[in-house]
Design a protein around this ligand. Structure first.
Ligand code: PMP
Length: 433
């Protein structure tokens, strides 16, 4: 008879059996059991407010009731769960609704590709397509960019630690300074253009430029609308394709469905994943202008492109975008977050905090060590909040977009207390303003 391993009170099996590569369990060391909306509960029934939202995969919260009902109905009716890229009714419904609710009202003419269901795979498909269409090899990316962990996506990612995990050279890319990287007064686009113009620069013309309009993992760096408009113009003038990686900033994180809407630009290719499936189910899409759709059948494929359970919840999630109310609601909450963060920075001036971000992707950058301490204190008090930036220097506030006023206020109150506590530990006085 096979002996049955007993479930433990703690995290033993994760520590003994699960690979050392595990990471979030180290920041949030408890065993979760249940989740609803913006709350999670561990096995002991302790409640946590979620200001992490599955790293952007839970923009509509945990177990959204409408999506759950549609999913349950579909499963109970023996709806097709897996289908590679065969035609299913679930996929048809998603495509039709995505076109009606998202693309048409924005006058966007894109073909929709279903790559493997991760952000990294969407990025891989975008890079491949750009190279195929232009016949060029180099792709330009930016300092502090994050695009995923597979080799192609890593090659356009900035983080040294993550890059070194590749174990092989990461070629055919060039990293250029993101907006603000060279100080407030220097427009990095001029610097980039001088390279493109100079036959002595050592750079061949890139196939494409891949950019996040707001770098989430890289430290909540916001590209200005002027810079984004300038970048789109630069791409056009030099014949480089513009790829916007909206894996984390898409689906409303910055207020609008696509993060590039605030700049009024139209990328050639758009990568989406995380919250596109609505419910936290794996799904990704790559959008491309129709004239770029030069794929041969099956030239990029993947077993889990047809995750119909995700198509069901993704279709339901589009209800949020039928009017402008959701965007307006996000902006109201964003304003509240901004006020609280600015208040913290003003009253603890010795911490040299800097508020960053837009929409419900905001944070405060501190000197190294402080943000990690705040995240740890917050977890003890029932708030899940992660850090970002190369040195984990930014506390990153990323609640579900559906969070209500009460949850947001409670989370922000816990956060404020934790910043004060972290400041007191390193003897930073309160500034009375
Ligand atoms: N691009 C961006 C901007 C991301 O934030 C992420 C994930 N954090 C990815 C790509 C990779 O997505 P995945 O982890 O699903 O491969």
């Amino acid at each position: 008879m096979i002996e049955q391993t007993k479930l433990s009170d703690g995290l033993q099996i994760f520590e003994t059996l699960e690979s050392e590569v595990r990471s979030y369990i180290r920041s949030f060391p408890t065993k979760f059991k249940r989740a609803s909306g913006y709350r999670m509960w561990n096995t002991e029934g302790k409640s946590y407010i979620d200001f992490f939202a599955g790293a952007g995969a839970l923009n509509y919260g945990h177990n959204h009731p409408g999506m759950k009902a549609k999913l349950m109905d579909y499963i109970m009716a023996d709806g097709v769960a897996h289908s590679l890229d065969m035609a299913t009714e679930a996929k048809e419904l998603f495509l039709a609704r995505f076109s009606d609710v998202i693309l048409k009202p924005r006058s966007l003419d894109y073909k929709v590709m279903f790559p493997g269901p991760t952000g990294a795979n969407s990025v891989e498909s975008a890079l491949k397509l750009a190279r195929k269409v232009t016949g060029r090899q180099t792709v330009m990316s930016f300092t502090n960019a994050f695009h995923g962990m597979t080799l192609g996506a890593l090659a356009v990612t900035g983080n040294k630690f993550k890059r070194s995990g590749a174990g092989v050279p990461l070629n055919h890319t060039i990293s250029m300074p993101y907006d603000g990287y060279m100080g407030k007064d220097l427009n990095t686009l001029n610097f980039i253009e001088s390279f493109l113009n100079d036959s002595g620069s050592g750079i061949s013309l890139p196939a494409a430029v891949i950019v996040e309009t707001l770098q989430g993992e890289g430290g909540i760096n916001v590209a200005s609308t002027e810079w984004l408009v300038g970048l789109a113009d630069l791409c056009k003038r030099y014949g480089m394709l513009l790829i916007v990686d909206d894996v984390q900033m898409g689906c409303g994180r910055t207020g609008s469905f696509f993060s590039f809407e605030r700049a009024g630009i139209t990328p050639d290719i758009v990568c989406m994943s995380k919250s596109i499936g609505g419910y936290g189910l794996p799904m990704a899409i790559t959008l491309m202008k129709p004239e770029l759709d030069l794929w041969e059948p099956g030239e990029h494929n993947g077993t889990f492109r047809g995750n119909n359970l995700a198509f069901i919840t993704a279709t339901e999630a589009l209800k949020f975008w039928e009017s402008g109310n959701f965007s307006r609601d996000i902006e109201v909450k964003a304003e509240l977050v901004r006020n609280v963060l600015e208040g913290i920075v003003r009253s603890l001036q010795g911490l040299n905090g800097e508020t960053r971000g837009i929409g419900l992707m905001q944070g405060i950058a501190f000197e190294p060590g402080v943000a990690d301490r705040i995240s740890m204190l917050a977890f003890e008090r029932g708030l899940i909040i992660e850090t970002s930036g190369t040195d984990s220097e930014v506390v990153k506030i990323m609640p579900p977009l559906t969070i209500d006023g009460e949850g947001l206020a409670e989370g922000l109150r816990i956060l404020t207390e934790c910043v004060y506590e972290a400041a007191a530990e390193i003897k930073i006085p309160v500034t009375h303003v």
